[in-house]
Design a protein around this ligand. Structure first.
Ligand SMILES: Cc1ncc(COP(=O)(O)O)c(C=O)c1O
Length: 387
């Protein structure tokens, strides 16, 4: 009775199904290896925790944070963008703190679109994208990310007359772990500018990159008609802290600030201080955190390949995206894997129609546990899952 059509439009999730399968595995006494959720199992840097602890003892942090109180975090974000990507932003007008990238995206869509506008978004993609689009009353057009194109969209293959209000991209990508180079973003930005489209780049994995690979920023091609969403959830293992920032086109940032002004009061000042400190840490700290996930990739991917799985070799992110062996139904496989051997992965279908046939492994366990997961998967009855 109280469900609005907006709320009703938010799609349900197959993660509830996986949760039930996980419970059944536990009920059977299986020691569950949960690789389904992309939440870092690492701790934030010690200095960040200390900054937060100290802030809780400072009464100045107890009041509502106003926009002017966010200046240190905005300035730290601007300094990070300049240092890391060579991108210059005005910390007053082109940066805004967020309560995480997910909050930022939902409010950005409300801020820059009108109901009925079109949003072009990746398929497969991070599931909350569809919910945020539904809340904003948008018409969604899926942008296929195909293995044969390295999971990058072919914008030139889209209808010539398509003029979406916004294009949403995310590289390093969840769930496929694909990466995009600066030339790709330059092309995507030009495509958007030619159509009056806002490019929204969701960039929470910016620093979760492996070896010599460094992810570019979409803002390197200029700020006009581009907004990038940054998060400290993955890069600094601060998912529970709920903090990030948006940067880019001053008009879009002003619209976002207007909507958020009706909704929230910025993150708690203690969290802002912790995030400000985190963004100023030497690059080596982030590299050490990323190396943990790289070592896990190096353990899991060869173990799956030894079993005959076709798996992407991730250069970034915290996922391995694997084609389900000899199967089309990713949900049936994932349920079977959870129930039979206690290995919980995310079925590709949870990420969109084009995720079907794949499963996503989150690299959230130590290397030896990932190898054990692969070993257990060798025993899953694929024939039964196919049905
Ligand atoms: C692509 C993508 N965007 C956004 C988020 C959420 O980021 P935050 O914690 O900053 O809201 C995630 C988390 O998994 C993600 O994978």
């Amino acid at each position: 009775m109280w469900m609005s059509s907006r709320a009703e439009g938010v799609p349900g999730s197959v993660f509830a199904l996986m949760d039930a399968a996980k419970s059944r595995a536990r009920a059977r006494g299986l020691n569950v290896i949960d690789l389904s959720i992309g939440s870092s199992d690492q701790s934030p840097p010690e200095a960040v925790l200390n900054a937060l602890r100290d802030a809780t003892r400072d009464p100045l942090t107890y009041r509502y944070p106003l926009f002017s109180d966010t200046a240190p975090l905005r300035e730290a974000a601007a300094a990070y963008l300049l240092r890391r990507f060579g991108v210059k932003v005005d910390s007053e007008t082109e940066v805004l703190p967020l309560i995480g990238a997910q909050e930022g995206l939902a409010h950005l869509l409300l801020a820059v679109t009108d109901p009925g506008d079109t949003l072009l978004l990746p398929d497969p993609g991070y599931p909350p994208y569809l919910g945020a689009a539904a809340v904003a009353g948008l018409k969604t057009v899926p942008l296929p990310l195909l293995p044969e194109c390295g999971f990058l969209p072919d914008l030139n293959a889209l209808p010539e007359d398509l003029r979406p209000r916004a294009l949403l991209l995310n590289y390093p990508n969840n769930p496929t772990s694909a990466v995009a180079d600066a030339a790709f973003f330059a092309e995507a930005t030009a495509w958007c500018r030619a159509r009056g489209t806002l490019l929204i780049h969701d960039h929470p994995y910016a620093e979760l990159t492996f070896g010599n690979y460094r992810a570019p920023s979409a803002l390197e091609a200029g700020l006009s008609s581009v907004v990038e969403l940054h998060s400290l959830s993955k890069t600094h293992h601060m998912g529970g802290f709920r903090v990030g920032f948006a940067a880019g086109d001053a008009g879009a940032i002003a619209a976002l600030a207007r909507v958020k002004g009706a909704v929230d009061f910025h993150p708690y000042l203690g969290i802002q201080r912790a995030a400000t400190l985190a963004l100023g840490l030497p690059e080596a700290v982030g590299r050490a955190g990323a190396a943990v996930f790289q070592a896990r990739r190096d353990a899991l991917v060869p173990a799956l390949r030894d079993l005959g799985w076709e798996v992407q070799w991730p250069q970034a992110s915290m996922y391995a995206w694997a084609r389900v062996p000899d199967l089309s139904d990713s949900v049936a496989y994932a349920v079977r894997a959870a129930e039979e051997c206690g290995v919980v992965v995310s079925p590709g279908r949870a990420f969109g129609k084009r995720g079907e046939g794949f499963v996503r492994f989150a690299l959230v366990q130590p290397p030896e546990v990932l190898v054990e997961a692969a070993r257990r998967l060798a025993g899953v009855d694929v024939g039964k899952a196919r049905g």
